[in-house]
Design a protein around this ligand. Structure first.
Ligand code: ARG
Length: 461
């Protein structure tokens, strides 16, 4: 039996080489989108007067039969031996409605067909990832609410920096994840262009109403140039970038969870259900799922750079190299979905160790507060920094912190210190003194929490 292009050749293709070029195992995920695109194409051919109403009706209902058959029994695809998903659909169609089915591909090329399929696919799958992202933001909000007014150290250079509300830390991830959501939205917008009418490369000679096709398929616009369209997979690169960036985020989150739940930090307890044990060391409770998230981020970056490398040397127009896009995009999609789910499950079930975090936020990292205290009493900041630094060094050398100082001790460093110093140099006072909208001040954090909740509601609808 012939394949989609056998007319041009005298001999059957080399079986092994033909198998090498097959993509059905991968592009079978596009089967629904392929049928959707073909139904619209047939309508456009009918409007152009290329197909009779009877043929049009027969092909569309035949395609819908194929769609229903695959939905009812996906193993239909396991058993198929076609070159790709387009060949599969066409063969199944002809098997159902006979020779009329052979009119489907009139005026169309697989180059534009795979483009429309993949654009339709990403347009409906990206929102699924976005919803998983919203669930993770919700897990952050759950932790932020659970934390209440609890404090913990923030870090720069992985050294204790300043006290912050624990809620502020969770909302910092939420803020970043919202950028990841936007990045996926940008990729979705880029995929949202209708390529049909481009033909193999030069366009089509039938009077195809591309605006009608865009409307029917729900695209917001039509591609601008047939040559550009046939070789354009920028939208795939944008999707892979959005995935890689989000995976990079999840990797950093995973690293923080691994650190904060370690014996050394002890800020949070990992739920047993999302931890793993050791076959040898009975005391161990390992954060394997978080390590796997961190590990998979490496792959996501590899997929993006691999795809850019594939595209960089291609001459204008369609080249078969482009077929590689789908395996990469599907693996990025699956990994991101799995990692978002895992991170949500882990974050949602963390138990905060409030006392440990407060103790860690109470030490010498209050030195900025000491300096600010003197500034409040008229000392220039540089001089105040000097005094505070001197106190911190003395305390550090004696293994003590600010809470060990009596009023006389304070005043030996500077006469501007008075009784007020005891109430001012605590994690709560430090946090309470922050005033800017993006700061860790309790009312600012409460407002940010409310806005994040609103965002979640908006995204859910
Ligand atoms: N399987 C191909 C792809 O994914 C479809 C387009 C094939 N076109 C061609 N001329 N070989 O890119």
């Amino acid at each position: 039996m012939g394949n989609l292009w056998s007319g041009r050749f005298d001999v059957a293709p080399d079986a092994e080489v033909f198998d090498f070029g097959k993509s059905l195992d991968v592009d079978r995920r596009l089967v629904d989108d392929d049928i959707t695109g073909s139904c619209a194409w047939v309508q456009a051919l009918a409007s152009a007067g290329v197909l009779t109403p009877d043929d049009t009706e027969a092909i569309v209902s035949g395609l819908e039969e194929v769609r229903a058959a695959v939905r009812a029994d996906p193993t239909l695809l396991d058993r198929a031996d076609d070159e790709d998903v387009h060949a599969f659909v066409e063969r199944e169609l002809v098997a159902r409605i006979g020779d009329t089915g052979k009119r489907l591909h009139t005026g169309r090329s697989r180059n534009e067909q795979v483009s429309v399929d993949f654009r339709l696919y990403l347009r409906r799958r990206i929102p699924v990832l976005q919803q998983a992202l919203v669930s993770l933001v919700e897990a952050m909000v759950t932790q932020a609410e659970l934390a209440g007014q609890a404090t913990m150290p923030s870090y720069t250079h992985l050294r204790r920096a300043q006290p912050v509300l624990v809620a502020h830390v969770w909302l910092s991830y939420a803020a970043a994840l919202r950028r990841d959501w936007d990045r996926l939205e940008t990729a979705r917008h880029e995929a949202d262009v209708m390529p049909l009418g481009s033909g193999a490369i030069a366009g089509t000679s039938y009077a195809i109403d591309t605006e009608f096709l865009a409307r029917t398929l729900g695209f917001s616009r039509v591609t601008l140039n047939s040559i550009d369209t046939s070789g354009d997979r920028d939208f795939v690169a944008s999707f892979l970038y959005a995935c890689a960036m989000c995976m990079t985020r999840l990797s950093r989150l995973a690293e923080d969870v691994i650190l904060f739940t370690s014996e050394e930090f002890g800020f949070f307890e990992l739920a047993d259900a999302v931890a793993t044990g050791s076959s040898l060391m009975p005391q161990k409770k390992n954060p394997d799922p978080m390590e796997l998230v961190r590990g998979k981020a490496g792959r996501a970056i590899g997929v993006l750079s691999g795809w850019l490398a594939t595209m960089k040397g291609l001459p204008l127009g369609y080249n078969k190299d482009l077929q590689e896009d789908k395996a990469l995009a599907f693996s990025a999609e699956d990994d991101l979905a799995g990692c978002l789910m895992t991170c949500s499950a882990v974050v949602r079930t963390l138990t905060p160790r409030t006392a440990v975090m407060r103790a860690a936020a109470s030490g010498l990292l209050l030195a900025t507060e000491v300096a600010d205290y003197l500034v409040g009493r008229g000392l220039p900041f540089r001089a105040a920094h000097e005094v505070s630094g001197k106190i911190a060094r003395d305390l550090y050398e004696n293994g003590r912190d600010f809470s060990a100082l009596t009023l006389e001790d304070w005043q030996r460093y500077h006469t501007l210190f008075d009784e007020g110093v005891f109430a001012a140099i605590t994690p709560e006072a430090a946090v309470g003194a922050r005033l800017t909208p993006q700061s860790t001040g309790p009312s600012q954090v409460a407002a940010a929490l409310a806005l994040t909740r609103e965002w979640i509601e908006e995204m859910r609808n």
